[in-house]
Design a protein around this ligand. Structure first.
Ligand code: F6R
Length: 365
């Protein structure tokens, strides 16, 4: 049942406010994150010296957001490793390394094998899985389920944002286990997390505006997506989404790295999506954007809030994102990027839910 939408992907995009709520709400007690139902001991969150996230594709991109959160708000070193590469790089994991395996299906063989390897090395482990009772859930010490419900479209949307929701909760629980935040800081963070569904609804109401943005990319051969920090992490996911369902070559690039070679590829024909949501990075991001504009690129700007921009005319499109605290901005941005990929694929007349060459569950290494 596609819920009246032409494709499951659209239905699943639209479901996000609800399933984020269903993932977050049961894990809040007295305004604080709570994993008693999962049995996760605070001692484990307090004692690890580093964290290693193993995952593939979209789930790995969720891990990258988790890394930013945990490093900046908790101060523990986090590595995010592609599960398919994990064992071939002589990984250094031991009982002081908390391993977090992230997987929608819970059956991705690379992730499963990497997790088993880490457990043999003595690492404590938590998995974040969507499908109840899946192999990865069974192979890890503790499991936190994302309550996204079945995800049918091959391109992951609601599984990704619910994985993020769990990572926000886990970060806050780590702060409790390690006695790091003030009551005030905890309260503000948890209130912001609970505001995510409403903010997502707000973005979903701008569907048609986003559809018009997508239209400008229909005939593009290449698309670039640029940003720094968390904006870069979310663009990696947005770019994967566009590639897999629209077959347009797309690259997410850290804005500051462009001028070290890749900017040579940017021409007047290249749409560039630039995301600017992090206050402390804003002036640098805007000056990197000027560099691509001076190569003639048509820049689509996704920017937080209503701030005035010089020369509104030089932008191909501007989308104003609802305002959240910086560390939560990936949530509204991810909806915009999912919808862009969706509409490009839809308007090209492609099979959005079943892109060529891809399978929903990858059980070969
Ligand atoms: C992309 C996508 C894939 C999966 C990856 C891991 O939209 O869905 O990149 O994220 O194959 O799958 P899971 O999460 O099932 O381990």
């Amino acid at each position: 049942d596609k819920g009246g939408y032409p494709f499951y992907m659209e239905k699943e995009i639209m479901e996000q406010p609800r399933v984020i709520g269903e993932t977050v709400k049961p894990r809040i007690k007295d305004g604080k994150p709570d994993f008693t139902a999962e049995g996760i001991p605070d001692e484990m969150l307090a004692s690890c010296r580093r964290i290693c996230v193993i995952a593939c594709g979209t789930a790995m991109h969720a891990g990258l957001v988790g890394k930013s959160l945990i490093q900046s708000l908790i101060g523990i070193h986090v590595d995010v490793v592609m599960a398919s590469e994990f064992m071939y790089n002589d990984p250094i994991v031991d009982k002081t390394t908390l391993v977090i395996a992230i997987s929608q299906s819970g059956e991705t063989i690379d992730t499963l094998e990497a997790l088993k390897f880490a457990r043999k090395c003595g690492s404590p482990s938590i998995s974040i899985v969507n499908v109840k009772g899946a192999s990865i859930a069974r192979a890890s010490e503790y499991v936190i389920y994302t309550n996204a419900g079945p995800e049918i479209a091959v391109a992951s949307t609601k599984a990704y944002t619910t994985q993020l929701a769990v990572l926000y909760l886990l970060t806050a629980r780590m702060a409790i286990a390690r006695k790091l935040w003030s009551d005030e800081q905890m309260k503000e963070y948890m209130e912001e997390l609970q505001r995510v569904p409403a903010v997502m609804e707000e973005v979903l109401k701008s569907k048609e505006e986003i559809h018009h943005i997508a239209d400008t990319m229909l005939n593009a051969r290449d698309v670039f997506m640029i940003g720094r920090g968390l904006d870069y992490s979310i663009l990696l996911e947005g770019s994967l989404k566009l590639k897999e369902i629209s077959y347009i070559h797309s690259e997410a690039y850290a804005s500051g790295e462009l001028k070290h070679g890749t900017i040579a590829l940017i021409t007047e024909e290249t749409p560039v999506i630039a995301v600017v949501t992090q206050d402390k990075l804003k002036s640098k991001e805007l000056s990197n954007i000027k560099e691509v504009q001076s190569r003639g690129a048509r820049v689509i700007l996704l920017i937080k809030g209503q701030e005035e921009l010089e020369q509104e005319k030089i932008w191909s499109r501007i989308f104003r994102l609802p305002v959240m605290k910086d560390e939560f901005m990936v949530m509204p941005v991810s909806i915009v990027l999912q919808l862009i990929a969706y509409y490009v694929s839809l308007d090209k007349g492609l099979d959005v839910d079943k892109p060529r060459n891809l399978a929903k569950v990858v059980t070969v290494e």
